[in-house]
Design a binder for this molecule. Structure first.
Ligand code: G6P
Length: 589
């Protein structure tokens, strides 16, 4: 994963290193086990690397060329040596890398034979030694080196002997260049340069970019090593509306992002886009793909499309799609669901599907993402940046998108119905908060939690369990309640918490029966329903929906489960926004 950044300023500035560290903080969602930066001063490269969260730079010398990195370890433990940047043997070249160099072992072996000394266990370090080995200016060397690398990579490279330039290479992992008046900023995500500029160039597969000081301006040159041609690139104006990141009065981004959902859902009522996607899907076979929370929303979408529009949607995990793509009918439409629009497994599906000639439509949050740019039609969930690693508001707006698409497919967008459910969330959010705190007090001492649901409520159970395990580290399992008696019931004993999602919809009676089966074996039953039941030890009361609107219950069930996960993690003293081992945007396979 990792976030990379590179800054080239026309003039030396005291704030350059500070700017890089601030930019890195905005990329921290991509990985946060260690970080580092390197700059050039009169005596060569100055570098600092640290383990843990991004804090402050120790150095603060005037600089005009700086690169930085925030890491999510893939190759090599979390150590200072493995943190980026990586230097060559002479400490003249520094690189930062996002992605995986698949053929690094053979390159490394060869470089060691040739006398290079490696200081880290990373795959990335080979690149810096390749730059050391070859001759020519940075751009020329990049053109020679890029075709030697296999895998996914975005790289920013600097060389103390060429202190007027930065070079970058992009293949599969994202890279953008922010163009400001007197500086150019390379970054994995334009969010890193939100304070500097709204002008950006997005590099595409195989691009090599050179940014160079030239008189009183910075010039750019582009070459594509896959087509072996020079290329010209146009900049795009970014829309930073709704893109500000402020924690405000909240203790954690996760809580803020949960609580703001009713507002964000109103922002996500993108009816025209829903109609556009419905038009693309009409009479077609559609396969939805996604990972993690986004895949859960797609499974909910399958139920929603089926109930509202009688539309059959197939859902696949993005990382399994590759095994099927060659057999998929060419007329099939791929519906990619992703908050970031950068998840490596999703983007690989998209590339493979495009190669097969399939149409790509998507539900995506980040407007400037690779997925948004690679799709034929996009539904923007319009949530603004989601910072907490555990996805909450993006999930609700993905579900919302599925409702709107389903309504569009059925010929009648029932906007008012959705608005009325959002109004219910407004009214009930403080009550949900209160109940979630009580439930968290019970869950915090437990080792296992089971969350059950049927029909459309089953993927909500999956999502509730995912939230709980990713931030509290308690083992939680989301299950179709009908499946329980085929094995998992053996694990239910006295006091084991079972959360039963059982609104009075088409699943109610069967769900209650399954809940009673756990209760008979000693389960501590926590009901999430609009109706009380004597078997519930605790109950979160949902607002009641009419029979006609029962398919909308998932919009009401989600927030209570998110809050339960939040308060349980809080009670256990977990790092709620940045849980261990995880990252928000998973840009490696
Ligand atoms: C990571 C995040 C999850 C997210 C998944 C898919 O695992 O931690 O919260 O659901 O990636 O991300 P995407 O950006 O494609 O929705």
């Amino acid at each position: 994963m990792c976030g990379i950044i590179g800054l080239l300023k026309l003039n030396e500035s005291d704030s350059g290193i500070h700017d890089i560290v601030e930019g890195l903080k905005r990329l921290e969602y991509r990985g946060y086990d260690s970080w580092g930066y390197a700059s050039i001063n009169s005596s060569g490269i100055v570098m600092e690397k640290k383990i843990g969260r991004i804090t402050k730079a120790t150095f603060n010398h005037p600089a005009s060329i700086i690169i930085g990195h925030t890491r999510w370890a893939t190759h090599g433990n979390v150590t200072e040596a493995n943190a980026h940047p990586h230097l060559d043997c002479n400490n003249q070249i520094a690189i930062v890398h996002n992605g995986i160099i698949e053929n690094y072992l053979e390159l490394r072996e060869q470089l060691i034979k040739e006398g290079h000394t490696f200081k880290s266990q990373t795959d990335s370090e080979v690149v810096t030694h390749l730059f050391e080995k070859l001759q020519g200016d940075l751009f020329e060397r990049a053109k020679q080196i890029a075709p030697m690398l296999r895998g996914s990579f975005s790289l920013v490279i600097m060389d103390a002997r060429y202190s007027d330039q930065l070079v970058a290479i992009k293949n599969e992992s994202p890279l953008a260049i922010g163009i400001a008046e007197k500086e150019a900023i390379f970054a994995s995500d334009p969010l890193a340069f939100i304070d500097q500029t709204d002008d950006a160039i997005f590099l595409t597969e195989g691009d090599i970019a050179l940014a160079k000081k030239s008189g009183n301006k910075i010039t750019f040159e582009f070459f594509n090593y896959l087509t072996n041609n020079s290329v010209t690139k146009q900049s795009t104006k970014l829309d930073w509306k709704n893109q500000k990141i402020e924690l405000g009065e909240y203790k954690h981004y996760m809580l803020k992002e949960i609580v703001e959902q009713p507002v964000v859902m109103r922002q996500g009522m993108n009816l025209d886009s829903a109609q556009d996607l419905a038009n693309e899907m009409h009479n077609k076979k559609v396969i939805a793909i996604g990972c993690g929370t986004a895949r859960h929303s797609a499974v909910i979408g399958k139920h929603i499309l089926n109930k509202i529009a009688k539309f059959p949607l197939e859902v696949m995990m993005a990382h399994e799609f590759s095994y099927f793509v060659d057999e998929i009918d060419k007329d099939t439409v791929i519906l990619a669901v992703s908050q970031s629009g950068e998840t490596a497994d999703v983007m690989e599906c998209v590339r493979k599907a495009k190669k097969r000639g399939l149409k790509i439509i998507s539900i995506v949050n980040v407007p400037s993402s690779s997925l948004a740019r690679d799709s034929n039609k996009v539904f923007y969930t319009n949530c603004g940046p989601e910072i907490a690693v555990a996805s909450t508001k993006a999930f609700s707006n993905q579900i919302l998108a599925f409702y709107l698409i389903a309504f569009a497919l059925s010929g009648e967008i029932k906007k008012q119905k959705i608005e009325s459910v959002i109004g219910m969330l407004d009214k009930n959010i403080s009550y949900f908060d209160l109940k979630a705190r009580e439930i968290a007090e019970y869950l915090k001492n437990k080792v296992h939690v089971y969350i059950l649901g049927k029909g459309v409520n089953f993927p909500i159970a999956l999502e509730g369990a995912l939230k709980l395990k990713e931030i509290s580290y308690i083992h939680a399992e989301g299950m179709p309640s009908g499946e329980l008696k085929h094995g998992t019931l053996a694990l239910i004993e006295h006091g084991v918490p079972v959360i039963l999602i059982c609104p009075t919809d088409y699943t109610y009676h069967d769900s209650i029966s399954n809940g009673l089966e756990t209760k008979a074996r000693g389960a501590y039953l926590i009901g999430i329903s609009d109706k009380p039941h004597p078997s519930f030890n605790m109950w979160i009361q949902l607002p009641e929906l009419s029979k006609e609107d029962e398919i909308l219950y998932p919009l009401l069930e989600t927030i209570p489960l998110q809050l339960i996960a939040y308060y349980t993690a809080l009670a256990l003293g977990r790092d709620v926004d940045k849980p261990r081992n995880l990252a928000k945007s998973v840009t490696v396979k």
